[in-house]
Design a protein. Structure first.
Length: 368
């Protein structure tokens, strides 16, 4: 079994400019003394560094890829949006939407980010790899066809999926989004499509604050193929695994996809500055294991993960390491030094019981 890992140093050269987390300094907001914008390259760089230092990279097929073609991008994004993005990128950068600052050259870097996802899916669908992780940056799951949002400039996963449909005749696909923020862009793109199941596990009303409700189920031929699982702030390991067992896995078995794709944001971790959840590295390890089992049962093990958010430079590497060790079926000597502390911080049984009731109601509303 070969596990692929898509990476290109150039994606880490995308700049989001100076910010206090995600707000521009000015007025009452002081300029940061260090660090800066939450969507920093360091979380991704340190993820890759830990793979290298632990020796796990030697057991992965590490590759890069060309930028997504204009044809691939235009299947999702209108020409006027791409033209304006390219114009600003060729100058000094800018901001086209909501919380999406970018610098000179970011158009090509965003196209490369989508290209990495395309290559990962192609390798898996053609049987060269069993599964794969694309360390894409900038992320993509908030991006609408003509309006970027939440650090996302191109819709990486939809761009890659539509390329696979054109290239290989790919049929039904399931996209599981475990980023802590609602995958509103992916939802919007596939809102009325019956061939793509979209499931978003996210902190309730985190971002965007006005989307991600359980009532958002799709429309037309896509009615019922969009599932939102808004989790209570403060939920941790139990909440995520219960959501997987009660909703995600039954929905996958009902849908019978030919490929499972994960929008892999690592910002539900307990140390993330942009969320209030309590997942830890073993949460990601166990969710990955469950999805691998589902992929084995449903689609010959075909599973592709595409990186989204995750803003703790300290903890994202350990969550990413847990995922990659599971995908590659190879444990290293890396020990998560925060794990015992985060286990001790998990919610009390009363909280978990409340969330269990909510998840049971969500499952019932989806006929699961």
């Amino acid at each position: 079994m070969t596990t692929g890992f898509m990476f290109d140093e150039r994606t880490l050269w995308h700049t989001t400019g100076e910010a206090a987390l995600f707000l521009k300094p000015g007025g009452w907001i002081q300029p940061p003394a260090a660090g800066g914008h939450a969507e920093s390259p360091e979380t991704k760089r340190r993820f890759k560094n830990l793979l290298d230092v632990s020796g796990l990279s030697r057991h992965l097929a590490v590759e890069t890829a060309p930028e997504a073609s204009d044809e691939a991008l235009r299947r999702i994004h209108p020409a006027n949006y791409l033209t304006e993005f390219k114009r600003l990128s060729d100058a000094d950068g800018g901001c086209l939407g909501e919380e999406t600052p970018f610098g000179q050259g970011s158009y090509e870097i965003a196209a490369l980010s989508a290209g990495l996802a395309i290559h990962a899916m192609d390798r898996v669908l053609t049987g060269q790899w069993q599964n794969a992780y694309s360390l894409s940056r900038p992320p993509g799951h908030h991006c609408l066809p003509d309006y970027p949002m939440g650090f996302c400039l191109l819709a990486n996963i939809p761009v890659a999926l539509e390329e696979m449909k054109a290239r290989h005749g790919l049929g039904k696909v399931a996209v599981i989004d475990w980023d802590v923020h609602h995958g509103n862009g992916t939802q919007a793109i596939y809102w009325d499509r019956a061939d793509v199941l979209t499931i978003s596990l996210h902190q309730n009303a985190c971002y965007p604050t006005n989307s991600g409700a359980t009532s958002e189920r799709g429309a037309g031929s896509g009615q019922g193929t969009n599932i939102n699982v808004p989790l209570l702030p403060g939920g941790g390991h139990h909440s995520y695994l219960t959501a997987m067992d009660r909703i995600v896995l039954p929905a996958l078995h009902r849908f019978q996809p030919e490929l499972i794709v994960v929008a892999s944001g690592l910002d539900a971790n307990a140390l993330d500055p942009l969320a209030r959840m309590l997942a830890q590295s073993d949460t990601y390890r166990e969710m990955t294991r469950r999805l691998m089992q589902a992929a084995d049962a449903l689609c010959g093990g075909k599973l592709v993960m595409v990186h989204e958010g995750g803003y703790s430079e300290t903890y994202v590497p350990f969550c990413g390491q847990a995922i990659m060790e599971t995908l590659a079926a190879r444990r290293t000597q890396v020990i998560d030094p925060f794990l015992d502390f985060l286990i001790a911080q998990q919610p009390p049984p009363e909280f978990d019981a409340l969330e269990d009731r909510r998840l049971a109601e969500m499952a019932a509303s989806c006929g699961l």
